[in-house]
Design a protein around this ligand. Structure first.
Ligand code: 0O2
Length: 261
C-alpha cells in the first residue's frame, strides 16, 4: 500500500527564507540555517506578538504547540483517508502533503495589513492560516473528492471555503481552500483550532510555487510581461490538468472493458 509522503516544512523554504523548520515548534524543532538575520527577524516578530498578560514568548510557544497538534491531527486524518481510499478503490487520490506553521514575521505583517494590533489574541482571532496544510493530488476531480472526505469527518467543522478552482484569481491562481477547526485535546481542556487546508493538483502547485517566488522577489509588483506570462502559464496548467484527467478516464474505462472480457 502506498503511503502519502508527508513533508513537514515551512512553505517559505521555497523562497530560501531560511531553509529550516520552526525553532519554537515542538515537532519541528530544528535550528534554522538561515543565520543570525533570520533568528533576529523571527524573535523580533515573536516579541511583537505580545499577549495581554505580556508573556510574549511563552504565549507564542503555547499557541504554536496547539497549532502543531492540530496540524498533526489533520495530517493523520488525511493519511488514513488515503489508505482507506487505496484499499477500497486501489487508487491514491493524494500525491503528497506539505504542512507548515506560519512564521511570526508573516503573522505580524498580515495583522498590520488588516489594521489589527500585533497581539497573540488577535492572531488567534483573525489569522486563519497559522496552521496550514497543502494537499497535492494528481487530478482536478481528486480535489473535490478530498474536500468532501474532509468535510464528512465528524470532528472537523468547516468554517469557510474558497473555491479558486471554479473561480480562479485574476493572477491565474487555482487552488481549493478550506478553513476548518479540529479539536485538540489537552490535559485540562479541548481547544477547537483553526487549520487552513489548500488542495491543488501537482501542476497547480508547480505554478503557485513559482508565482509566489516571483511575488516575493518583486514585492507584489512584478513587471507586466512577467504577470502576463504567468497568466498564459496558468492557462497551460489548466489545459494540462484537463487533458491528463481525460487521459486517466480513458485508461480507467479501457481497463474496465478489458476486465469484462
Ligand atoms: P503564505 O506565505 O503562503 O502563507 P484570509 O487568510 O482569508 O484572511 P487571504 O490571505 O486573502 O485572507 O486568503 P486566501 O486568498 O485564501 O489566501 C490564503 C493563502 O492562499 C495565501 O497565504 C497563499 O498561501 C495562498 N494564495 C492566495 N492567493 C494566492 C496567489 O495569487 N498566488 C499564490 N502563489 N498563492 C496564493 P499568504 O498568507 O498570502 O501567504
Amino acid at each position: 500500500m502506498n503511503k502519502i509522503h508527508l513533508c513537514n516544512f515551512i512553505w517559505y523554504n521555497e523562497f530560501n527564507m531560511g531553509g529550516g523548520r520552526l525553532p519554537d515548534s515542538p515537532e519541528r524543532d530544528e535550528t534554522p540555517d538561515g543565520g543570525a538575520d533570520v533568528h533576529e527577524a523571527y524573535e523580533g516578530a515573536v516579541m511583537e506578538l505580545k499577549a495581554d498578560n505580556g508573556e510574549g514568548i511563552d504565549s507564542w510557544r503555547e499557541v504554536t504547540l496547539v497549532y502543531n497538534a492540530a496540524l498533526r491531527q489533520v495530517e493523520t486524518k488525511m493519511e488514513i483517508l488515503n489508505d482507506e481510499f487505496q484499499h477500497v478503490h486501489q487508487y491514491n487520490p493524494i500525491e503528497h502533503i506539505k504542512s507548515r506553521i506560519k512564521t511570526p514575521e508573516s503573522i505580524v505583517k498580515k495583522l498590520k495589513r488588516d489594521g489589527h494590533e500585533s497581539t497573540i489574541d488577535n492572531m488567534i482571532k483573525y489569522i486563519n492560516d497559522i496552521a496550514g496544510i497543502r494537499v497535492i493530488c494528481s487530478f482536478t476531480s481528486d480535489i473535490y473528492r478530498i474536500a468532501d472526505m474532509i468535510a464528512e469527518q465528524r470532528d472537523i467543522k468547516v468554517l469557510a471555503v474558497k473555491d479558486y478552482i471554479t473561480f480562479p484569481k485574476s493572477s491565474g491562481y487555482k487552488s481549493y481552500h478550506m478553513i476548518v477547526t479540529v479539536p485538540v485535546y489537552l490535559s485540562d481542556r479541548t481547544v477547537d483550532t483553526k487549520v487552513e487546508i489548500q488542495i491543488r493538483t501537482v501542476a497547480m502547485d508547480f505554478w503557485a510555487s513559482l508565482e509566489h517566488k516571483i511575488h516575493y522577489k518583486f514585492e507584489g509588483d512584478a513587471p507586466e510581461h512577467i504577470r502576463n506570462e504567468l497568466v498564459e502559464c496558468a492557462k497551460m496548467v489548466s489545459d494540462l490538468d484537463e487533458r491528463m484527467l481525460q487521459l486517466n478516464n480513458q485508461i480507467i474505462s479501457l481497463s474496465h472493458v478489458k476486465e469484462e472480457n
